[in-house]
Design a protein around this ligand. Structure first.
Ligand SMILES: *Cc1c(COP(=O)(O)O)cnc(C)c1O
Length: 388
């Protein structure tokens, strides 16, 4: 059997894969089993932020594989301490918990927020306000946190204690805060899986005021928006505030699994010995790679992200077959006139990989994608969009 047949026979049927098997890649180019080349505008869903197999990242990981690839959290290891230090120094936050995925990072934030509610507000102050159309992960609790009915079937009973506010209506947040014993409000600055919708600055500033008045923690889910993706190191920085907790994953590892829950002053000491853990969390090889990634997300790179973003928007804004563009930085959603599936398929045939999100085409290219490859990729997308 070939790769595709074996996969179909033995892999649990949770993924609707495209008819494409990738065998290698470098930077923003990936190759299938027949040697066909593709320009990658999806980066493994915002993971390969410096492209596939970035040299510096690879060197850092390889050096750590030679030193000690895994040790357990019973002992100190250098890469996770260095990575946590760098995360805190670059954000003004205080402490970090490492897991292996976005869902795990969010689970940690949810546990910490509930314990904070118990300690600071009293028994029962455990409800977390999340937003409609959000996405927070696939575990039973992060599915419950996800504000989309479609995710709340088949696997119940789900974790209690989540209420969902309209992402355009701060009055709804206030109402839910009054009606429930709440500890926190949790939001993606740009709703990714929900269709690449940035929260408005006005909505965010009203939510911050409500959180302050009602003594609620503010949690941002930066799993997709984090690590330079939106043109700032973390997307909350576009809104001019600092959350009490933020979570991140995807791009932080540059291609290896890692998730981080990052605590500000108010929440830094909420989790105590034995209250949380993860066998692989803070894995030295993943953290060594992440240190290499995070250390290179600097002003010059972020300026590049903004320029590339402007380029894409200028190319597609008034292009034929485009109804609308939304997003921030190199996290962009294009609403096509044609069904998105046809466009994704046609781009793939013409050697360009793009993603979908709800009814949109979603672009998440490498933050350092060379301008000529980006231009070529956008040209192919433009042609596919125009056939409507
Ligand atoms: C991808 C994503 C998650 C889940 O991350 P996993 O690593 O798949 O568990 C959570 N929140 C947001 C905003 C995401 O984009």
């Amino acid at each position: 059997m070939n790769i595709k047949q074996t996969d179909k026979k033995y892999i649990a049927g949770t993924y609707g894969r495209f008819d494409l098997a990738l065998v290698k890649g470098k930077g923003s180019l990936v190759y299938d089993e027949n040697g066909k080349e593709y320009i990658d505008l999806g980066t493994g869903i915002a993971v390969n932020i410096f492209g596939v197999g970035d040299d510096e990242w690879k060197k850092a990981v390889e050096a750590q594989l030679d030193a000690i690839p895994h040790a357990s959290n019973l002992y100190f290891t250098e890469p996770c301490a260095r990575l946590a230090e760098m995360l805190c120094e670059k954000t003004g936050m205080s402490k970090v918990f490492f897991g292996n995925s976005g869902a795990e990072a969010n689970e940690c934030a949810i546990k910490a927020a509930r314990k904070w509610g118990l300690v600071n507000k009293g028994e029962g102050y455990s409800t977390i306000i999340t937003l409609k159309n959000s996405f927070h992960g696939r575990t039973v609790t992060t599915l419950a946190a996800t504000g989309q009915d479609g995710y709340h079937t088949d696997f119940g009973p789900f974790t209690e204690g989540f209420v969902y506010a309209d992402a355009h209506d701060a009055a709804d947040v206030e109402r839910l805060a009054d009606e429930n014993k709440c500890c926190a409000v949790m939001m993606e600055p740009v709703q990714g899986e929900g269709g690449v919708y940035p929260l408005s600055k006005e909505f965010v500033s009203l939510v911050l005021a409500i959180a302050k008045e009602k003594n609620l923690l503010v949690i941002t889910d930066e799993v997709q928006t984090g690590n330079g993706r939106t043109g700032e190191l973390y997307a909350y920085m576009n809104y001019g505030f600092r959350p009490d907790i933020f979570t991140t994953a995807k791009g932080l590892g540059g291609g290896l699994p890692i998730g981080a829950c990052v605590f500000g002053e108010k929440t830094a000491d909420i989790l105590t010995p034995g209250s949380h853990g993860s066998t692989f969390g803070g894995n030295p090889a993943a953290c060594a790679g992440a240190c290499s990634i995070l250390s290179r997300i600097d002003t010059a790179l972020l300026d590049g992200v903004k320029k590339k973003s402007e380029y894409i928007i200028s190319q597609l804004k008034n292009a034929k077959g485009v109804e609308d563009i939304s997003g921030m930085g190199l996290m962009l959603g294009i609403k096509p006139v044609r069904p998105k599936a046809e466009i994704i398929e046609e781009c793939m045939q013409n050697g360009v990989l793009v993603l979908g999100a709800k009814e949109k085409i979603r672009l998440l290219p490498a933050l350092n994608i060379p301008d000529d490859l980006l231009a070529k990729g956008i040209e192919v997308l433009k042609e596919a969009l125009a056939k409507c």
